[in-house]
Write a new protein. Structure first.
Length: 423
């Protein structure tokens, strides 16, 4: 009997390990290029490549440094052009780098194993990267354990029918209307660390309500940890670096829309593409996607209550505020936004010294339209709107570092939320 049970466990483990291997199968021979470009010509060339050339996968693009994954057939031409532009680069075999993260998917074999543990063991959830169903189970369990202070609901469904799940946290979830702090994560499927930081915030608040009473006194915190659950699941099963959602179009081989280019503020104006195969494809029109439509419905309905919008991404250690669509347009309350972001960055740094760069994404990275921050601030009048880019040099964070990123980011979240009571 025990032998049969062991066989079942081993088969399950092999299935998990097989899944973790398959999501990198298409990247044999790829190089990860770290490119240093000191001149405007090189920067503009890379921006154009990101927008127009679907065969290159940009992981990070700043005004003086970029990280790009390049297929073997394109590496010669890519390096030759970089040399012409006097752009220095370092190329590393992508599969070798990813092999150092082979802790990847050792998920809990029993889907209930994290849900019923006492609080002192709850941190186990934050030691691995959970799948969609485990995240929803965790959210449901939090709400069940804290029914007076937490509501679990669905904002809608994705293209493939998964829930866009949300948690509402307040001292009295059925009390009078309160100011709202809205926080979302995982608009890009491959950014696995992002939902964990939002779920850590929920866990810490609900298990320490007395300690955070002053923070929660006048504020409802509304959390959407997994916006792009289709892309998130696809990055586990098929393509580790999948960015977009999984919207499929009849008769087309390319799929997906970049949710972070699909909001209506200056839609498709800069840094977005109408090439369906592009990583920054902006969709057939503003709010064309079920994910962005669900978020927009919630924010528009609650626009007079929502005072803070945070969109959590990975990676780069940045705190952005509007506007991202143009370097030549400044937010009327830029000084306030910068001050709030600086205070949040200071709180993050207290944990282990992590330093964030603060400004607009157009000024620090490149001009890009259709993001949540511009939409929330520019269209809905939400006074504090930010994008957080978490630490890392890769989309895969070492499992030993998950809890540390969660803890330091939590300090930043609390500082952002603290300012909501000022409105």
């Amino acid at each position: 009997m025990w032998q049969n049970a062991l066989n079942v466990v081993m088969l399950a483990l092999f299935a998990i390990l097989a899944a973790s291997a398959s999501n990198l199968d298409g990247y044999h021979g790829y190089n990860k290029y770290t490119v240093f470009h000191d001149n405007e010509d090189a920067f503009k060339y890379l921006v154009k490549l990101q927008t127009d050339y679907a065969e290159l996968d940009f992981w990070l693009l700043t005004r003086n440094m970029s990280i790009v994954a390049v297929a073997p057939t394109l590496q010669g031409a890519f390096e030759a052009r970089l040399n012409q532009l006097n752009a220095r680069f370092v190329a590393n075999a992508l599969m070798e780098e990813m092999s150092s993260y082979n802790e990847t998917l050792t998920n809990c074999l029993n889907s209930e194993c994290e849900l019923n543990r006492p609080r002192r063991q709850a941190r186990g959830f934050f030691s691995h990267f959970p799948r969609y169903s485990e995240i929803l189970n965790y959210m449901s369990a939090l709400a069940a354990r804290h029914p007076k202070n937490c509501r679990y609901e669905s904002l809608g469904r994705t293209f493939e029918g998964r829930h866009i799940a949300a948690l509402s946290i307040s001292l009295n979830s059925r009390g009078q209307a309160r100011r709202v702090a809205y926080i979302q994560a995982a608009a890009h499927g491959r950014e696995w660390i992002t939902p964990l930081t939002v779920l850590y915030l929920a866990n810490e608040l609900l298990n320490n309500l007395r300690a955070f009473r002053r923070v929660l006194e006048d504020v409802e915190i509304y959390l959407v940890p997994l916006v792009n659950s289709d892309g998130y699941e696809y990055s586990f099963t098929t393509d580790r670096f999948w960015r977009k959602n999984r919207h499929r179009y009849a008769g087309r081989t390319c799929a997906g829309v970049d949710i972070n280019r699909n909001f209506p503020n200056n839609w498709n104006y800069n840094g977005a593409s109408q090439n369906l195969c592009s990583e920054v494809y902006s969709g057939t029109g503003p709010i064309s996607e079920s994910e962005t439509a669900a978020i927009a419905r919630y924010l528009e309905y609650n626009r007079h209550r929502v005072k803070l919008s945070l969109d959590v991404h990975s990676f780069g250690k940045f705190l952005f505020y509007p506007f991202g669509y143009s370097r030549n347009v400044a937010a009327p309350t830029r000084n306030l936004l910068h001050s709030v972001a600086q205070r949040a960055a200071n709180q993050i740094a207290k944990y282990r010294g992590t330093q964030y760069t603060i400004g607009t994404s157009a000024g620090i990275l490149y001009e890009a339209s259709g993001g949540l921050d511009d939409y929330a601030y520019g269209n809905l009048g939400i006074p504090m709107s930010f994008t957080v880019e978490l630490p890392g040099e890769n989309f895969h964070v070492a499992r030993s570092d998950i809890i540390h990123i969660c803890k330091e980011t939590f300090a930043g979240f609390i500082e952002f939320i603290r300012h909501v009571s000022l409105y």
